[in-house]
Design a binder for this molecule. Structure first.
Ligand SMILES: NC(=O)c1ccc[n+]([C@@H]2O[C@H](COP(=O)([O-])OP(=O)(O)OC[C@H]3O[C@@H](n4cnc5c(N)ncnc54)[C@H](OP(=O)(O)O)[C@@H]3O)[C@@H](O)[C@H]2O)c1
Length: 256
């Protein structure tokens, strides 16, 4: 497994990270195949497989159903081995998303994430944007609330899972530590801002590198080769896919 610095955060992340939507939520998701949320034994086996492959980064969110609470149980006794990224701002209840980017919500949401993850710190907390990236970052006090939690030692790095290239540009301008961006061979609109983030010392996590399961696994090699990318967060619940993805990222594209 390759490791890369997460911008200037001081954290070193595995090039392949594990996305955990499918560990906790099966409603309102856009995957090509129906799936069943893994049971506890399957989820534990998935994490063991990730550990064996050298993966050290997990991505979750309050909006991913039971994902955070399940990770809290699964990581018991081995929390410090992992870097955990979670989010604030999106609330998924009764099959629907709503959003709250107020500083009060940010503080409550981080408190609840700490409880669910059974941890006294969070490595990365990102704003789970609804698309109004620039407004959220510059007008609502959301980022400032996260930065206060960082100063208080509850959070190590803060940023945004944005929805547009302009949102990523704004995140760099306002000094986010980390962004979460979309990049795959068919969706390259953010490639140049991702490269700029790298130069600016902003860590870059990639979501939807496989276009949510619609792109070939080899897309990972394209994404890994783009400047600025710190880690590729692939959402899988299948250990065979996890191993295949790790192997692809260990193989130079011309050799595969
Ligand atoms: N913050 C946000 O707004 C946001 C939005 C979307 C995603 N995310 C994060 O990014 C992560 C990844 O995004 P994503 O889940 O939408 O998309 P993705 O990683 O591009 O694709 C995941 C899909 O690809 C399939 N897959 C993975 N490896 C495969 C392989 N080797 N062969 C065939 N199929 C494979 C998975 O199915 P199997 O389970 O069968 O492997 C899953 O259905 C999420 O889990 C989440 O953590 C964040």
């Amino acid at each position: 497994m390759q490791y890369r610095p997460l911008g200037n955060t001081g954290m070193t992340v595995s090039l392949l990270g594990l996305g955990t939507v499918k560990l906790g939520r099966d409603q309102q998701v856009r995957y090509p195949h129906a799936f069943r949320i893994p049971d506890d034994a399957e989820a534990a086996a998935l994490l063991d497989c990730a550990t064996e492959l050298g993966i050290n980064l997990l991505d979750t969110a309050p909006a991913y159903g039971t994902s955070e609470a399940r990770l809290g149980r699964l990581l018991r006794g081995r929390r410090s081995r992992w870097l955990v990224c979670t989010k604030v701002g999106e609330i998924f209840e009764d099959g629907r998303s709503r959003y709250d980017f107020s500083p009060e919500h940010v503080r409550r949401s981080v408190e609840r994430s700490l409880e669910r993850l059974a941890s006294d710190y969070l490595d990365i907390v990102l704003i789970h944007s609804d698309g109004h990236d620039r407004e959220i970052l510059t007008q609502l006090g959301t980022l400032q609330a996260l930065q206060e939690l960082k100063r208080a030692g509850l959070v190590r790095a803060v940023g945004i899972s944005h929805k547009s290239a302009d949102g990523a540009a704004c995140a760099i301008e306002v000094g986010c530590d980390v962004i979460m961006a979309v990049l795959n061979p068919d969706e390259r609109a953010e490639a140049s801002v991702i490269a700029r983030a790298g130069v600016a010392g902003c860590g870059v996590l990639i979501k939807k590198a496989l276009a949510s399961g619609h792109a070939a696994p080899q897309s990972l090699q394209f994404v890994a080769a783009q400047p600025g990318v710190s880690s590729i967060i692939v959402g899988t619940i299948d250990p065979r896919h996890l191993k295949e993805n790790a192997a692809l990222l260990d193989t130079p594209p011309e050799a595969s």
